[in-house]
Design a protein around this ligand. Structure first.
Ligand SMILES: Cc1ncc(COP(=O)(O)O)c(C=O)c1O
Length: 385
């Protein structure tokens, strides 16, 4: 289907793929009583202290433009958080506040890639940065995250096509919940150094992990890594639209020109809120992390009972379920919605490798996750009769 109905509009409107996540959300609209396991966002309210700080700022301050990389006070607080949580040295000059991690990914790619340059993306992977690369005229290429390897890449088998400028990695990962072990990241860092590649390290879920704290690529390959973070997930702030890049200072000076051209500074009220969160919401972040871990554990237990278990996600809040016996996951997800009233995202939304899997969000309640898995089981059994 050609979405380009407005005569003369840009080719980009045709080139960009439709989001498979949105497709399921659209199909579910106007149908009450569904179990929603498709959302990639926290089910929690933003912590009270953050909301109060925003309300106070609105009441008492002029809402103005801010410095494009973000106010110094916020960048200082972020640099301290990075040192404390992400475990590598960070100065405020190496921090750039962005319009969510989505904005950080766009600025990073726009600052690194020329038209025609290749960039490697994980498959399965979150699709939005791929569309950004296409928008920039870059050429997306893919490396597999095999399910039989727990969705962890094997750097020794990674082929780097000629003309590749950068590789995107995402750990903890959407859609799999995999957390890349330190050794794998070290091998990837060595590879990137050898091949002269930039690494865009999407760490939007850095504070949602269930076993060991994730290692940051920027700790291992600082000269070539732009790390991407978000307030959306760990602070339950998706709607505030704030994130940040951490990267080499000289590169960020160039990024500033790109940000100024694209959207200037980010929202001042969101910045005030985020600053309060960094200073005082550590206990809330930890409580949410533990709640996600609890849901993950319960989901795994239910998956085992229903004989749908394959692996244990170690971070983020997603679980991939194998529906290979039913064939294509897109058709299966549609049937699941229409016949069993459960909304999940087909693996086809994340590339080719997981085309026969479904992504469930563990941000839903344990009861909903269990019931959702139960109905998947039923549909699989009915399908194979
Ligand atoms: C892997 C990954 N990176 C980045 C983002 C975007 O986060 P933000 O809300 O900060 O733009 C998401 C959101 O789902 C995500 O899953």
């Amino acid at each position: 289907m050609n979405p380009l109905t407005y005569h003369g509009a840009a080719r980009l409107l045709e080139v960009l793929p439709r989001s498979g996540i949105r497709e399921m959300a659209a199909l579910s609209q106007g149908r009450p009583g569904l179990i929603h396991l498709e959302f990639g966002e926290p089910s929690f309210m933003t912590p009270p202290l953050i909301r109060q700080a925003a309300a106070h700022a609105i009441e008492t301050e002029r809402m103005t433009y801010t410095p494009t990389p973000g106010p110094l006070e916020l960048r200082e607080a972020i640099a301290q958080k990075v040192e404390r949580i992400n475990g590598y040295p960070c100065r405020p000059e190496e921090v750039f506040v962005t319009h969510g991690a989505t904005g950080a990914l766009l600025l990073a790619q726009a600052s690194l890639l020329n038209p025609g340059d290749k960039i490697l993306f994980p498959d399965p992977g979150w699709p939005n940065p791929i569309s950004q690369a296409l928008s920039l005229g870059a050429q997306p290429e893919f490396y597999p995250l095999p399910s039989e390897n727990g969705y962890i890449p094997d750097p020794s088998r990674l082929t780097i096509p000629k003309g590749t400028k950068a590789i995107l990695i995402n750990s903890p990962a959407n859609p799999t919940g995999a957390v890349f072990p330190r050794e794998v990241l070290e091998d990837l860092a060595a590879l990137a150094r050898r091949e002269g590649l930039f690494v865009i390290s999407d760490e939007a879920y850095d504070q949602i992990y269930f076993e060991k704290a994730p290692v940051s690529m920027r700790a291992l390959y600082p000269e070539g890594t732009l790390a991407v973070y978000s307030f959306s997930k760990s602070f339950a702030m998706t709607g505030w639209r704030l994130g940040y890049l951490v990267g080499p200072e000289e590169l960020l000076q160039g990024v500033q020109k790109v940000a100024e051209a694209f959207y200037s500074s980010t929202s001042m009220v969101a910045q005030k809120a985020a600053l309060a969160g960094l200073k005082g919401a550590a206990a809330d972040v930890e409580a949410m992390r533990l709640a996600y871990r609890e849901r993950r554990d319960q989901a795994i237990e239910a998956a085992r009972e229903l004989e749908l278990y394959r692996y244990t996600p170690e971070g983020a809040f997603y679980l991939m379920v194998d529906v290979a016996q039913a064939g294509d996951s897109r058709e299966f997800a549609k049937r699941l919605l229409l016949e069993k009233r459960v909304v999940a995202v087909p693996g086809t939304a994340f590339g080719k490798v997981a085309a026969r899997e479904l992504r469930l969000s563990l941000a839903a309640s344990s009861e909903e996750i269990r019931e959702g898995l139960e109905r998947i089981r039923q549909l699989l059994q009915e399908g194979s009769r």
